[in-house]
Design a protein around this ligand. Structure first.
Ligand SMILES: [Zn+2]
Ligand SMILES: [Zn+2]
Length: 321
């Protein structure tokens, strides 16, 4: 089969031919129909998040068809957990120290086939075409977990309006919240896209929102946004860092945290997060905006993500050539 593999940080993915993987006990063999591209893939490419044993097929938002069965399943970032540690036994498998992650520790979906542990796969809601469903599997799931960390906040800021925010703005608005979208300065297209999806306000990340916020989620991997978001939330508010990696956070006066503000991160996902979001998405209904790329163009998809050349999410479609 054809696959795009990571060999070392700083190098583009390499197109190779490799054997179709053989499913082990409890694993499903999938024909990959679509696989979403995530900012985490850029952190892996850049060596900001380490891949222990390259070469590795990246891609952790897989919509696949089970070979021989025809049913569709989704494969997320969380690929395996030990089931025995304190975290696993207390509903926090996202923090399992032995967890294995798809497209990082396990070969992922930038390939024609993949294998996945059936216990970590989700059924795909029937109304979603393959490429529309793919961004739900990381951007959607981890964004959903981040949004839940905001509690019942009525006014929420999203810093960085990419794949995750474009899904979660729809969920938040359906829940009756107001969303304030912060983009890179001068990104008029991104700001218009946020307003079109229901954001009450959209502006540059350096701007003050028109109202004080109850919570904020930082999706962009930019540490400078942490003090900016803390300054924008009211006493008692929460700032959630939604990414796996962020540039260093500058020092800031304690006054920004004072007033019982909470600053926290969100790490990975639990299977329960996935079940919740995939049940919720068709009821909102969440519609995803995707730009598709054939398998051989995975590096272009990653470059376009880095440069902010599309709105919504990028999805690799192996069957497209
Ligand atoms: Zn564990
Ligand atoms: Zn991801």
């Amino acid at each position: 089969m054809r696959a795009m593999v990571f060999r070392a940080p700083g190098q583009p993915l390499e197109a190779i031919e490799m054997p179709v993987p053989a499913p082990g006990p409890g694993q499903l063999l999938l024909e990959v129909k679509a696989c979403g591209v995530c900012r985490t893939d850029l952190h892996l490419l850049d060596g900001e998040v380490a891949i222990a044993a390259p070469p590795r097929v990246l891609g952790h938002q897989i919509v696949g068809e089970v070979v021989g069965e025809g049913r569709r399943v989704g494969v997320p970032w969380l690929g395996w957990t030990c089931g025995e540690c304190d975290y696993c036994r207390s509903g926090r498998e996202n923090l399992c120290p032995r967890a294995l992650f798809t497209g990082c520790d396990i070969d992922g979906g930038f390939a024609e086939h993949a294998v996945a542990d059936a216990r970590y796969c989700f059924p795909i809601p029937p109304g979603y075409p393959d490429e529309q469903a793919a961004p739900l599997l990381c951007a959607g799931l981890i964004g959903h977990r981040a949004l839940r960390m905001c509690g019942d906040a009525a006014r929420i800021g999203f810093y960085g309006f990419g794949a995750a925010a474009h899904i979660l703005v729809q969920v938040a608005v359906a829940e009756g919240r107001e969303v304030f979208a912060f983009t890179r300065a001068g990104d008029a297209e991104g700001q218009a896209f946020a307003r079109q999806l229901g954001a009450a306000w959209a502006g540059a990340s350096g701007e003050s929102p028109p109202e004080v916020l109850d919570a904020a989620v930082i999706f962009a991997p930019v540490g400078d946004l942490v003090p900016a978001a803390l300054a924008a939330v009211a006493p008692g508010g929460t700032v959630v860092c939604g990414g796996i990696h962020m540039s260093d956070i500058p020092t800031f006066p304690y006054e920004l945290l004072w007033g019982e503000r909470t600053l926290r991160s969100v790490a990975n996902l639990t299977r329960r997060d996935g079940e919740e979001l995939l049940e919720l998405a068709p009821r909102v209904p969440v519609e995803t905006e995707v730009t598709t790329y054939p398998l051989g163009a995975a590096n272009e998809a990653l470059a376009d993500l880095r440069a902010g050349r599309f709105v919504g999410a990028a999805v690799v479609v192996p069957g497209a050539g």
